[in-house]
Design a protein around this ligand. Sequence first.
Ligand code: ADP
Length: 251
Amino acid sequence: MIVFDGVVKQFGDNVVLSELDFTVAPGEHVTLIGPSGSGKTTILRLLMTLEKVNRGTIHVGGKCLSHMDKGGKRVPADDKYCREVRKRIGMVFQQFNLFPNMTVRGNLIEAPCRVLGLSKEEANARAEELLELVGLSGKIDEHPTRLSGGQQQRVAIARALAMRPDVLLLDEVTSALDPELVAGVLALLRDIGETTDITILCVTHEMGFARDFSHRVMMFDRGKVVEDAPPSELFTQPREQRTRDFLRAVL
Ligand code: ADP
């Protein structure tokens, strides 16, 4: 579902990802861990086409993110092509990023109507179903600003799912929450992981969640994969010293 092949990303002289290769299979849950600044968020931003690679290629569901085919020629991807690819990818951010001037309903139906072309009725039905899933049925006509952080993040998760994505990207989605709200959001994500076949790529500092949610954990350091293993191995018998040091510092 996701293929990184020789990906190099740099900001000026700062090489953030160097010759990065990895794949994620359909339905797989992969968690990226590692010290701050090691390039984890950049990977998610590249997948959302919010950044462009300097070298190498990224494919999602068989589609190249950086180049498209035009009349048999391989040319740089244009905005329209990027939007098409992005339809299949949902992202949930640390800071929720809900539209503050819209109600919960507005947040949930906007993209399905505008991007997927769903009718208002279809999008509303989908919104109601998803709000029930995230435990917020009674809040459909609330404004996001009147909700707690945990509730806002649940709406953001529902909004991402409303697009029926093949791939869901989770970027430290509990980092901005009060501690007592974290467990509820993680339980919801576990539930989504168990009941859907969405491919999930997750950046988190919640090692307990990484351990029981992921099929695979990739430890990053300075833009390289230091270790890539199932959580049962990586958390109990890390092979690399760098992973051991990191886990000792965060656990
Ligand atoms: P992580 O998610 O592992 O904390 P990031 O992917 O956010 O790491 O950042 C990796 C490196 O890329 C950092 O050195 C950061 O300063 C740099 N970086 C990220 N985005 C930008 C940007 N838009 N412009 C310049 N440097 C950036």
